[in-house]
Design a protein around this ligand. Structure first.
Ligand code: SAH
Length: 234
């Protein structure tokens, strides 16, 4: 008997922010694949594995797979292909496989690549929704993220200062993911739009969680990988 390969969204970092459904999937799993990276000292870092270890789950099921952080995704696709092959074998042997992702597994989450590959191969998959980081960020700061007739755009850290400015002028609420990739555009827009509010977040839901809307502090900060911004044009 085979069991569908389960993609579980872990939420933004705080272990309690996983869903009950996701937790049950993890508790039943024979193998839990977690994305990990290596720091400059060669240590393995996995926020996903940290979340799982804080929950009541059999830790021996955890398998970390190493994702290269370079912008060139070629190496990452190779890692995903190897993971796909291993998981497909275990699936055929009747094991219960879970593959996890931080936040929601279908929101700027490259793991969906493997999900699509299983689907194409006729292997059964399922996905459990999770709380994306920007929603948890809104709760942390007590923001009414969008209200009444307002519209929201969620973008990766790709805009130039002019492109970002245009969206602020258009009155959108703007969520910038992967903020570390557009530091200068954000600094510039803070200067150009004194009336707008800039909410800066990093490591939401972890013990390094940080929030500020102080423009002076923001323009003196460097933005780590786990940072995002919500801009409200008032
Ligand atoms: N699937 C995730 C997004 C992954 S893309 C989700 O649903 O939220 C990676 C980007 O998400 C990071 O560059 C950062 O902008 C944001 N992010 C993820 N977790 C975060 C956290 N705990 N605190 C702040 N930003 C976070």
């Amino acid at each position: 008997m085979t069991h569908p390969i389960s993609f579980v969204s872990l939420g933004p970092g705080e272990p309690e922010l996983i869903t009950v459904k996701g937790l049950r999937q993890l508790q039943k799993a024979d193998i839990i694949y977690c994305p990990a990276t290596r720091n400059r000292q060669g240590e393995i870092l996995s926020r996903a594995a940290d979340i799982i270890r804080a929950l009541e789950i059999n830790e021996t099921a955890i398998r970390c797979f190493m994702l290269p952080m370079s912008k060139d995704r070629t190496e990452a696709w190779k890692v995903y292909d190897a993971l796909y092959n291993e998981a497909a074998d275990r699936y055929r042997n009747g094991q219960r496989i879970v593959i996890v992702a931080e936040g929601d597994a279908g929101f700027y989450s490259s793991i969906q690549y493997i999900y699509d590959k299983f689907t194409k191969a006729g292997i059964a998959v399922q996905r459990t929704a999770g709380i994306p980081a920007f929603i948890a960020a809104g709760a942390l700061a007590g923001l009414h993220i969008v209200k009444q007739e307002e519209e929201i755009v969620v973008i990766p850290g790709t805009p130039s200062a002019d492109e970002l400015s245009e969206k602020i002028n258009a009155g959108y609420v703007i969520v910038i993911m992967k903020l570390s990739q557009c530091v200068e555009a954000v600094y510039e827009c803070i200067r150009r739009h004194p009336q707008a509010q800039f909410h800066y977040f990093e490591n939401v839901g972890t013990d390094k969680e940080y929030y500020t809307s102080d423009k002076q502090i923001i323009t003196q900060k460097s933005f780590p990988y786990f940072s995002l911004m919500i801009i409200q044009a008032v």
